[in-house]
Design a binder for this molecule. Structure first.
Ligand code: ZN
Ligand code: CU
Length: 485
C-alpha cells in the first residue's frame, strides 16, 4: 500500500531532536490523526496546515515525571504553567499524596491538603478519579499513581503507628482496584508525618499487587539528609521484594553537613542498577518546597514562606524577617504559620549539578500550585535545564537534556508511544528556540512564563502558541491496562 502523502499538519524545515539522545538532524514532520505520520524530507507531501519551523528545534513534548497536578488538571485544565515549558505529559500521585481514594468529611492532614482537596465530593475510589480525568480532559496527558499516604489516611484512625494486618489488607485491596482501573503505580512519602510510622514491611505488604499489574513504586524517601544512604537501601529493598521498578523521587542530599554526599549516593544508585530496575528524577534548583515543618534541621537555612492558612499575607516573605517582626524564634514563627507551605534552601549547587548530570536522572518539577508564592520550579524547570544548565553551563548536550525529559522518562514510566519522535508515535511535540530558551521564574517572581518555547502540540493539536494556551484540551489519560483505558 502506498503511504499517504497528504497530512493534517506538516512541520517544515525544523531540526529534530528525537528524544533518544541521538544527534539532531534536519527533517520535516507530518502529523495526522494525532500521530506522527511521516518524518524526513517531505518536499512532495502536502497538508491542510503547513508550519515553518526553520531555526527551531522539534522535540517530543516534555514529560514532567514528578508533579502534584492531581487536582489542578481538573480545576485549571489549561495547565499554562506546564504547556509554557513544553510539557505535554504529567505524572501525578507522587510523594504518597493522591486525591483518591479518600472519604468525605474527614479532616486531611498535611501534606495531603497541599492538593487543596475539598471537604466533600471527594473521589472515594481511584476509578472515580480516573473517570473524572477521562470526562474532563486537560491540555496535557496524565498518568496517575496511588499515594500510600492517602491509603493510610483513609484506612487508619491513627496514622502514628504501623498498620495492622486488617488495615494492610484493606489498603492492598484499594491499591489492587486502583491498578485495575488504570493507575500506573504506588508512591510513598515516609518523610511525612502521616506515613513516617509505616515500616518497609508495611509498604511491601500494601504494594503486593504492583508486580502483577506491571506497576512501579516511586518514593519520597524517609530521609534525604543524614540517613540518605540507609533510605536508598530501604527503597531498593522494597523494590526488590516486590519485584517492581523503583523511582527515587527528587533525589537530593539535604542540609549542610551532607553537602557533597551525592558523590556517595550516585555510585550506590549506579551499582544497584546493575541488578534491579531503578530510576530517579530531580529538579534544577537548590531549594525544595513542601509543607511548613519545624523538625530535623529544615529551618537551619534560609526559608521563604510560600503559603500560610492563618497568615496568607506572609507569602513571599523570609521566615527570619517574620520571626524578628513577631519577636519569636524561627521555630515558633513557623508553628504560628502552620498549616502552609515553604521554600527551603537546603541543597548545594554542586550536588544539584552532579545529580542533574548523572546519566540516568530524569527531570521532574515537583511543582505545587498552592499559594501565592510558589517555588519557581512550577513555571521554570524544563527551560532552566535546557537553557541554564545545558546551554549556558554546558553541563550536558541539548540532546541529553531532551532525553532526560522525554525518552528516558517514557521508558522508565512505561508510557507507550510517548517520549520519542518516530513514525506512529503520539504527536506530542514542542518547538523551541535553542538559543533563547530560558526560565524567567525566580523566587521573587515565581510565575513568569519561560522564553523560547514557540509551539506545543498535544496529540496532534496545538495547545500553546504565541505565548498563550490555545484553549484546546487534547490531553489523554494514560493507563496501565490497555483493555480498560
Ligand atoms: Zn516529595
Ligand atoms: Cu513531590
Amino acid at each position: 500500500m502506498k503511504k499517504p502523502t497528504h497530512h493534517a499538519l506538516l512541520i517544515r524545515g525544523g531540526t529534530v531532536i528525537d528524544g533518544t539522545k541521538a544527534p539532531r538532524f534536519h527533517a520535516d514532520v507530518a502529523i495526522s490523526d494525532g500521530r506522527i505520520a511521516a518524518m524526513g524530507e517531505l518536499d512532495t507531501h502536502t497538508a491542510d496546515d503547513i508550519l515553518d519551523a526553520s531555526g527551531l528545534i522539534v522535540a517530543p513534548g516534555f514529560i514532567d515525571v514528578h508533579t502534584h497536578d492531581d487536582l489542578a488538571l481538573l480545576s485549571d485544565g489549561d495547565m499554562a504553567c506546564k504547556l509554557s515549558q513544553g510539557v505535554t505529559t504529567v505524572i501525578v500521585g507522587n510523594c504518597g499524596i493522591s486525591p483518591a481514594p479518600l472519604r468525605n468529611g474527614m479532616d486531611l492532614p498535611m501534606p495531603l491538603n497541599l492538593l487543596d482537596i475539598p471537604a466533600e465530593n471527594r473521589f472515594t475510589s481511584f476509578w472515580a478519579y480516573l473517570q473524572a480525568l477521562r470526562a474532563n480532559p486537560a491540555a496535557v496527558n496524565v498518568a496517575a499513581m496511588v499515594g500510600h499516604t492517602a491509603l493510610r489516611v483513609t484506612t487508619m484512625a491513627d496514622t502514628q503507628r504501623t498498620a495492622n494486618s486488617t488495615e494492610i489488607a484493606a489498603m492492598q485491596q484499594m491499591l489492587d482496584e486502583a491498578l485495575r482501573a488504570g493507575a500506573i503505580g504506588l508512591s510513598s512519602g515516609t518523610f511525612y508525618p502521616p506515613a513516617a510510622h509505616a515500616s518497609a514491611e508495611e509498604i511491601i505488604a500494601v504494594g503486593r499487587p504492583l508486580a502483577e499489574h506491571g506497576g512501579l513504586y516511586a518514593t519520597h524517601m524517609r530521609d534525604e539528609a543524614d540517613q540518605v544512604l540507609e533510605s536508598l537501601e530501604e527503597s531498593f529493598r522494597i523494590g526488590r521484594e516486590l519485584g517492581v521498578p523503583v523511582v527515587i523521587s527528587h533525589h537530593k542530599v539535604m542540609n549542610k553537613p551532607n553537602f557533597g554526599r551525592s558523590a556517595q549516593t550516585l555510585p550506590f544508585i549506579l551499582k544497584t542498577m546493575q541488578h534491579q530496575c531503578v530510576a530517579l528524577d530531580c529538579y534544577p534548583y537548590t531549594a525544595g518546597a513542601t509543607m511548613i515543618r519545624t523538625d530535623r534541621g529544615v529551618l537551619d537555612s534560609r526559608v521563604l514562606i510560600a503559603s500560610s492558612v492563618p497568615h496568607p499575607e506572609c507569602a513571599g516573605r523570609d521566615l527570619d524577617e517574620v520571626a524578628a517582626e513577631w519577636g519569636l524564634s524561627k521555630v515558633e514563627a513557623a508553628q504560628r504559620l502552620e498549616p502552609g507551605s515553604a521554600i527551603y534552601f537546603v541543597m548545594d549547587e554542586h550536588d544539584v549539578q552532579r545529580i542533574l548530570a548523572f546519566d540516568e536522572t530524569m527531570i521532574g518539577s515537583d511543582g505545587i500550585a498552592a499559594g501565592a508564592n510558589p517555588h519557581p520550579r512550577l513555571w521554570g524547570t524544563f527551560p532552566r535545564v535546557l537553557g541554564h544548565y545545558s546551554r549556558d553551563l554546558g553541563l550536558f548536550p541539548l540532546e541529553t537534556a531532551v532525553w532526560k525529559m522525554t525518552g528516558l522518562s517514557a521508558r522508565n514510566f512505561r508510557l507507550p508511544g510517548r517520549g520519542t519522535l518516530k513514525l506512529g508515535s503520539h504527536a506530542d511535540l514542542v518547538l523551541f528556540d535553542a538559543i533563547n530558551v530560558r526560565d524567567s521564574a525566580t523566587y521573587a517572581t515565581p510565575t513568569l512564563t519561560a522564553q523560547g518555547i514557540s509551539r506545543v502540540f498535544v496529540n496532534g493539536v496545538v495547545a500553546w502558541q504565541g505565548g498563550a494556551h490555545s484553549g484546546a484540551r487534547s490531553g489523554q489519560l494514560i493507563t496501565r491496562s490497555p483493555n480498560i483505558g
